[in-house]
Every structure is written in structure tokens, then in C-alpha cells.
Write a protein that binds this ligand. Structure first.
Ligand code: C2E
Ligand code: MG
Ligand code: MG
Ligand code: MG
Length: 283
């Protein structure tokens, strides 16, 4: 009976959706509790000058382990936080902890920080960021915010106003995950970004795939013309780094140079890398 099986399918589908919604709600509730208890932690991944391998800054990446649910990826909890209106307090918690940790770093290193699309339609975002920097005595010129093209699309006028507010006090703005999503070159005329981050998808296939190579070279040429810095994301192999240097890419980030690590391990990483640099100088 077609009708019956059709109805059965609808029921199964509904039950699956119900389960999924319940799971999201469980994560939402656990996340609300974690945010008010201050239990989400910033981790830091080094960004290097490709040619010298010197660390120039760190990207802040949120990490959360729930008592019952275990570790949950930011790729899962950030979108839920956005959808359920928790992204503001979550983001402020992470920035507060990150700027506290970064006080122990050499002063020439920058800290970069991801902004979600919904934060670019909230005109309080700039004020919240500035008051955290002010309270923690963190120089705004050491902060970079990473935004994606999706974040600019919802309400470009609002996003532009927030970006202008941030730039006025010296915060740098970078375009994250370039080449994926709703990429539009027109956006690069409207906004001036200080930096562009080439998405891992191109970097991971740079050695095997001619189109990726051409796209990366075109992005690098464009950035040079527009006066933007470039960081290639997701570098895992020496051969990828070599190729990127050969094409003139300035900055790099990826497991090859370091995985995201907590504040304490990051200090250890810095100590080791400075010792390494001194050894090189001594030779
Ligand atoms: P993203 O901003 O593009 O961050 C880079 C992601 O690539 C991170 O994933 C990082 O761990 C991963 N990655 C770095 N190097 C490599 C590599 O060599 N190989 C591979 N396979 N992966 C690499 P993560 O930490 O899971 O974060 C995922 C996304 O979640 C981020 O993408 C960002 O969009 C978002 N996110 C993370 N923390 C925050 C936050 O505090 N606020 C906001 N709004 N979004 C965040
Ligand atoms: Mg990012
Ligand atoms: Mg990225
Ligand atoms: Mg990405």
C-alpha cells in the first residue's frame, strides 16, 4: 500500500527530526551552563612567517568538553550558539580568557579571533570587544578579527559599520576561509581587509591539483595588488609549505607548525621556539 508506506516514511522522518532537535537542545542547555560557569576555553594555534618559520601570532579557537556529552567540536557548538542566541556571551568569555593569556606573550605577537555572522549584525559587538580589551589592558593593534563572507552577506551595511568601528581603533580585519561559500570578488572592492586567509581546501590539494595551484597563485597576485597580507590555512606537509613559499605566500598556519593548544602549552611552545631562534642566531 503506497499510502501506508508513505505515511510510515513521514513518521520515521519526523521522529529523526525530533531526535535531532532534542540533541541540539541538550547541547544548547549544556552550553548555556558552561558559558555561565566560564568552562569554554580558548586554545591557540600558531601562525608563522613561512619563509623564516617565525611565529607572528596565534588564532584563538574555542574548546569545550561537557561532563556528560564529552568534547564537542566548535564546528558543532558555534552554529548552535548562533542559532540559540548564546554567541554573544560565549564570544565575550573566549575573548576575555584569550586576552588574559596573551598578556604573557611577547608584545609583537598578534591574537586573532573569529567573529560569527550574527555578531556582524549586532551593533553592540564593537563595544563589547573594546570594553574587554580596555579592561584587560590589551592593545587593540595586536588584535585581529576573522570574518567570513557569509558574515558579510546578511546585512552588509551593518557589517561594514561594525568593521569600521573596529578598524578605527587599530583592530585588523581578515577575511577567513577565502574561496569557499558565497565568495564574491566584489566584496573585496567594498571592504578593505588587512589580511586574507586561503581556505584549507586549496592548500591540501596544492601538490596534486593544477586548478588549486592556479587559484592560489591568482589569490596571491590579487592580494599583492590590493595590499593585503595572506595566510594559507591547513598546511600539513613540508612540500606544501615549500610550494607556497615559492609562490610568494607570506603567512602559514597548520598542523605542520603546531596544533591548537591551551594557554599553558602555548607558553611552552613560545619558550621552545625562542630557544630555537637563539640557537640559530648562535650558529
Ligand atoms: P576556522 O576559523 O577556519 O579555523 C581553522 C580550523 O582548521 C580549526 O578548526 C583548526 O583546528 C583547523 N586546522 C588548523 N590547521 C589544520 C590542519 O593543518 N589540518 C586540519 N585538518 N585542520 C586544521 P576548529 O578548531 O575545529 O574550528 C572550526 C571552526 O569553528 C573555525 O574555523 C571557526 O569558524 C569556528 N570557531 C572556532 N572557535 C571559534 C570562536 O571562538 N568563535 C567563533 N565565532 N567561531 C569559532
Ligand atoms: Mg578562523
Ligand atoms: Mg579559517
Ligand atoms: Mg575553516
Amino acid at each position: 500500500h503506497a499510502k501506508r508506506s508513505g505515511r510510515g516514511k513521514v513518521m520515521v522522518y519526523t521522529r529523526e527530526m525530533e531526535e535531532a532537535a532534542k540533541h541540539v537542545t541538550r547541547i544548547e542547555q549544556a552550553l548555556r551552563r558552561a558559558v555561565s560557569a566560564g568552562e569554554v576555553e580558548p586554545h591557540f594555534q600558531p601562525i608563522v612567517d613561512l619563509a623564516t618559520r617565525r611565529v607572528i601570532g596565534f588564532e584563538t579557537l574555542a574548546r569545550w568538553t561537557d561532563r556528560d556529552l564529552g568534547p564537542i567540536s566548535p564546528a558543532v557548538f558555534i552554529p548552535i550558539a548562533e542559532e540559540r542566541g548564546i554567541i554573544g556571551p560565549l564570544s565575550q568569555l573566549i575573548l576575555r580568557k584569550a586576552t588574559e593569556a596573551a598578556r604573557a606573550w611577547p608584545k609583537d605577537l598578534f591574537l586573532s579571533f573569529n567573529l560569527s555572522p550574527s555578531q556582524l549584525v549586532d551593533q553592540n559587538t564593537g563595544l563589547h570587544i573594546l570594553s574587554i580589551l580596555d579592561r584587560n589592558g590589551f592593545d587593540p593593534r595586536r588584535l585581529e578579527v576573522e570574518i567570513t563572507e557569509t558574515g558579510l552577506m546578511n546585512d552588509p551595511a551593518s557589517a561594514e559599520k561594525i568593521v569600521e568601528d573596529l578598524k578605527r581603533v587599530g583592530i585588523r580585519v581578515s577575511l577567513d576561509d577565502f574561496g569557499t561559500g558565497q565568495s564574491s570578488l566584489g566584496r573585496l572592492r567594498e571592504f578593505h581587509f588587512d589580511k586574507l586567509k586561503i581556505d584549507r581546501a586549496f592548500v591540501s590539494s596544492i601538490l596534486e591539483d593544477k586548478p588549486s595551484e592556479h587559484i592560489i597563485r591568482a589569490i596571491l597576485a590579487m592580494c599583492e595588488g590590493l595590499g593585503m597580507d595572506v595566510v594559507a590555512e591547513g598546511i600539513e606537509e613540508e612540500a606544501q609549505a615549500d610550494r607556497l613559499i615559492q609562490f610568494g605566500c607570506g603567512g602559514g598556519q597548520g598542523y605542520l607548525f603546531g596544533k591548537p593548544a591551551d594557554a599553558e602549552a602555548t607558553l611552552g611552545y613560545l619558550r621552545d621556539s625562542f630557544r630555537g631562534a637563539q640557537r640559530i642566531k648562535a650558529v
